[in-house]
Write a protein that binds this ligand. Structure first.
Ligand SMILES: [Zn+2]
Length: 245
């Protein structure tokens, strides 16, 4: 039911998983396990999809975001018992148990980061604007500065996203010059490789970085794809949490 990381599975107190669109209650454009309330799907159906995932993972509640392709990072420091969606954030950090940090995507990347020593976790929504703004690097920095986490201990897991096969951008001027290094062909970019670079630049070891490596647009039976489905589609989810002890 979930895509998981070998590196994160080794951490005994951690819960994590990336959903596909399979085995959900939604119909039509959203057919399957849509986790977004904001894309036009029936809200009661989305709620049923959420409950199914919470039950499967052993999560008490979800913290999710109205993702805006910005650089705001939410810090959750208090125990929370209810589902809650926060406005205008694209990354979440917490050390609280029981709560699932939910990032919803359909071509953008999710990036999970864990410091197994400090017991701090993060989940990031990273589209091309996030790549340009380096929200991934900024989240690692915040984990260091606000939570005393250490990049040398951190492990990262990059979810499925639009791959170098399909990430076409004609206007290259929107990207920093060093993105050229990750040009798969003249108009196509490897954003997953860009994220690996950004994680390494913050001090995370390459051995501790894992990516699913699947393209969302090339796998329409498995994932929602914003570009592949003409913008009207659902969102699959990346969830990370700390087990209640
Ligand atoms: Zn593709």
């Amino acid at each position: 039911m979930f895509l998981t990381s070998k590196k994160l599975t080794d951490i005994p107190w951690l819960i994590h998983g990336i959903t596909t669109r399979l085995n959900g209650f939604s119909h039509g454009h959203y057919s399957g396990l849509n986790l977004s309330f904001d894309v036009g799907d029936n809200k009661e159906t989305v709620k049923k999809n959420h409950e199914k995932i919470k039950h499967a993972l052993g999560i008490r509640n979800f913290i999710s975001l109205k993702q805006t392709h910005g650089i705001n990072i939410l810090e959750i420091r208090d125990d929370c018992f209810n589902d809650r969606e926060y406005n205008d954030y694209d990354a979440i950090i917490t050390d609280q148990a029981g709560t699932g940090l939910l990032i919803k995507t359909a071509d953008c990347q999710s990036v999970m980061i864990v410091d197994p020593v400090s017991k701090v976790i993060a989940n990031i929504h990273n589209g091309w604007k996030g790549s340009v703004a380096d929200i991934t690097g900024k989240t690692v920095l915040r984990m260091k500065q606000s939570w005393d986490a250490n990049p040398q201990h951190m492990k990262a897991f990059i979810g499925p996203s639009i791959g170098p096969c399909c990430a076409e951008y004609n206007d290259h001027d929107i990207f920093p010059p060093w993105f050229k290094e990750f040009q798969a062909s003249p108009d196509y970019f490897d954003f997953q490789a860009i994220t690996v670079r950004q994680l390494k630049l913050q001090g995370i070891s390459i051995e501790n970085i894992e990516k699913v490596g699947l393209c969302t647009k090339c796998n329409p039976g498995l994932f929602y794809s914003y570009r592949g489905e003409n913008k009207i589609t659902g969102r699959f989810g990346a969830i990370i949490g700390i087990k209640l002890s």
